[in-house]
Ligand binder design. Structure first.
Ligand code: PYC
Length: 413
């Protein structure tokens, strides 16, 4: 018997420390309050402490860590976007993800699989060629591949799609990866706490106090806090936070659903996306097929799952992978996608002094976790937008300076 087990038996207590300590009571003042204990908020807290020495930081989470969109996605990391702004931003994130397990000392199961975005028409082939060119121009590994290359790279695929919308080729993005999503939140949380950040779960922000046009504090269901700055990183709950300040954004909330099948033998070691069929699929290390579709068709602030979604997804997926028709769906879930009209986020400073927004992530927020946290922390520390996020500024809708990111996924362009 191992000494550790014997000790546990004799003492009756496990010697392992908690992953991170229980939060203490709320303090009266913090330099920065971050609303939202998802990946983005926790990453911002971590980089505030690591890069800027700002450690009097509280992350307030109304529910539990990573319980929002961080734990409700299909874990895809890629940087094969269409706009130069998008490519630069998401590629910085992808490179940060690659080194993150070492940095946070937690195994995030980061796994580079390659990512195929299928093209089912001449027009889609042209767009994929365009994306490949923009990607390569910015040093991102993407190429247009033909139908034969797709057949060779994606076992089990029916390139004729059951007789509809045959696959002509694909944008192949070799660095496309999957990563264990909830571990990303836990890793950032632990590393932030180790540097002095406080995390308060089950703490709901009920109001934001301003004086003279600048933020002074927040009201919570556990009491009042004063603070020097507030960062909102709450994805689908963004309208409830911006309403507290009377700030208008063009964000609309649509549910994004996903599901997994029962586990099967490993056969798919790549990520496959079809914008025309509105499906994407990869196989997890447990053998489950992790799959999703487009956002639900109507605005809804909720995370209910529907049979309609599974039925529609299965109907389209079996055109691509006929044998999947024999598999059972094990579980399904939904997130609340905060969509902007130009499919790019809204980040950084706002018309309210010392109130910073990290929002508008739609269906592509998880892959931005490291870069969003890093650039938001730099923005809060300097009081002005980091250069990587200037194209995503709050004022762009007023100034008609939209980004037009057509490399977003799960949304009909
Ligand atoms: O942006 O890669 C993506 C994605 C996949 C599913 C939802 N968004």
């Amino acid at each position: 018997m191992s000494w550790k087990l014997l000790k546990l038996g004799l003492l009756g207590t496990a010697g392992e420390p908690r992953f991170f300590p229980k939060a203490a009571p709320l303090r009266e003042h913090y330099d920065v309050v971050i609303i939202g204990g998802g990946g983005h908020g926790l990453a911002c807290a971590y980089y505030l402490a690591r890069d800027h020495g700002i450690t009097k930081v509280a992350v307030l989470e109304q529910n539990y860590l990573g319980g929002g969109n961080t734990g409700r996605n299909t874990t895809i990391v890629r940087s094969n976007y269409l706009t130069p702004e998008g490519v630069r931003f998401y590629d910085t994130s992808r490179r940060m993800f690659r080194d993150l397990s070492g940095e946070l000392e937690i195994n995030l199961f980061y796994s580079e699989r390659g990512h195929y975005t299928l093209a089912h028409s001449d027009e889609a082939m042209r767009t994929m060629r365009w994306r490949a060119e923009v990607n390569r121009h910015h040093g991102v590994d993407s190429e247009l591949v033909d139908r034969e290359a797709v057949a060779a790279g994606v076992p089990g695929i029916d390139l004729d799609c059951g007789g509809q919308q045959a696959v002509q080729g694909a944008l192949y993005h070799a660095p496309g990866a999957v990563v264990r999503h909830d571990a990303v939140a836990w890793g950032y949380a632990r590393a932030a706490v180790e540097r002095g950040v406080e995390i308060h779960q089950k703490t709901r922000v009920t109001g934001i106090r301003c004086e003279g046009g600048r933020v002074r504090g927040v009201s919570t269901d556990r009491g009042e806090i004063s603070c020097g700055a507030v960062v909102s990183a709450v994805a689908g709950s963004t309208p409830s936070v911006t309403d507290m300040l009377g700030l208008d954004t063009p964000i609309e909330i649509y549910p994004l659903q996903a599901c997994v099948t029962e586990p099967v033998k490993p056969f798919l070691d790549t990520i496959v996306v079809s914008g025309s069929l509105h499906v994407y699929v990869s196989q997890s290390s447990r053998g489950e097929l992790v799959m999703g579709a487009a956002v639900d068709p109507a605005v809804l602030h909720g995370t209910r799952s529907t049979f309609d979604f599974v039925e529609g997804l299965a109907d389209r997926l079996i055109d691509l992978f006929p044998f999947v028709g024999r598999l059972r769906v094990l579980r399904q879930w939904a997130g609340m996608a905060d969509l902007t009209p130009d499919f790019a986020p809204i980040m950084g400073t706002t018309p309210v002094q010392d109130f910073y927004l990290d929002a508008g992530w739609g269906t592509w927020g998880f892959k931005a976790t490291p870069v969003a946290g890093w650039t938001m922390a730099a923005t809060v520390a300097a009081g002005r937008n980091h250069e990587l996020i200037t194209p995503f500024g709050f004022e762009r809708f007023r100034d008609f300076a939209l980004v037009g990111e057509k490399g977003a996924a799960s949304v009909g362009h």
